[in-house]
Ligand binder design. Structure first.
Ligand code: SAM
Length: 274
């Protein structure tokens, strides 16, 4: 895959690439740090039996499958994605878990949701707004389709909050800043979420920052750091020698039990007025 941000619309990539992106989301969700974030999302959302919940930008449907048992009996989780191939993959994964009619996957853009006003008890968008073409329009739409007193929950990471213990501070800053500014969408989205919900008129805003700490290879953050270094080298933002020195030291720290990296994921929850 050569796209620097295919996530803003996987329907522009081939079906095989879209299937690979869906498989990437599934694999990532099994990493311990991602399982922790997804549990925090459920804790903040508090899905209840009988509720209708929409996830916008649902990808392979990880969160939808996690929420579905919590709205049973009688509830419904709808996942919506702009990419038909992604929605099809989500349907396949849900069928494997035999979730039946408790989960449905639709196709459409976050910026023009294909639902009437006030049709859901809660609407969620996680790891979406950093990729969405018009995130403010997406949040306005989320508020429109949520019933009075219903909840809107959004979450994104903020790559500029990455802290890495590395002896070369200047090189570390160059890599983190380059990754923040040049790859994978709007990496300041996390710090912008509260303002977006406020601008959409949502009330009772609550921000839950989740600091994810990596101490070895088994976290999505560590894998993102390797990728950041590779991308910087490919873009000539760092030299091959700088790449090898930076990654080499971090790998040595992992082997010696002296690796530390962290990133902040911001979960923001608001309510639609009565
Ligand atoms: C990084 S993935 C996250 C998927 C899922 N929420 C998760 O956390 O595993 C972003 C998803 O949002 C979808 N997407 C991007 N822009 C969108 C838009 N404007 N409207 C609807 N879906 C969109 C992409 O197709 C992709 O499946």
């Amino acid at each position: 895959m050569s796209h620097s941000n295919a996530w803003s619309n996987p329907s522009v990539v081939s079906p095989a690439d879209a299937a690979q992106m869906a498989a990437f989301l599934e694999d990532r969700s099994r990493l311990p740090d991602q399982a922790e974030i997804n549990a925090a999302l459920c804790d903040v959302l508090v899905p209840r039996p009988g509720e209708r919940i929409l996830e916008v930008g649902s990808g392979s449907g990880v969160l939808c499958r996690l929420i579905a048992p919590r709205v049973a009996p009688g509830g419904l989780v709808v996942g919506l994605d702009i990419a038909p191939d992604m929605a099809a993959a989500a349907r396949r994964y849900a069928d494997e878990e035999d979730l039946g009619e408790a989960v449905r996957f639709d196709v459409g853009p976050a910026e023009a949701l294909p639902y009437p006003a006030a049709s859901f008890d809660a609407v969620v968008a996680v790891r979406l707004l950093l990729h969405a073409a018009d995130p403010d329009a997406a949040v306005r739409e989320m508020a429109r389709v949520t019933r009075p007193r219903g909840r809107v929950e959004v979450m994104d990471w903020d790559f500029d909050t990455v802290a890495v213990d590395q002896s070369d501070r200047a090189l570390t800053r160059r890599i983190i800043h380059w990754r923040t500014d040049h790859h994978g969408g709007n990496n300041w989205s996390g710090r912008q979420l509260r303002g977006r919900l406020a601008a959409a008129g949502l009330c009772d805003l609550r921000v839950t920052p989740v600091v994810s700490v990596a101490s070895d290879e088994t976290s999505a953050l560590t894998q993102s750091l390797w990728r950041a270094a590779d991308l910087c080298r490919a873009a000539s933002a760092i030299t091959p020698a700088e790449h090898d020195a930076w990654v080499g030291e971090l790998r040595a720290r992992i082997a010696a039990g002296r690796f530390f990296a962290s990133i902040v994921y911001f979960i923001v929850r608001g309510e639609v007025g009565a």
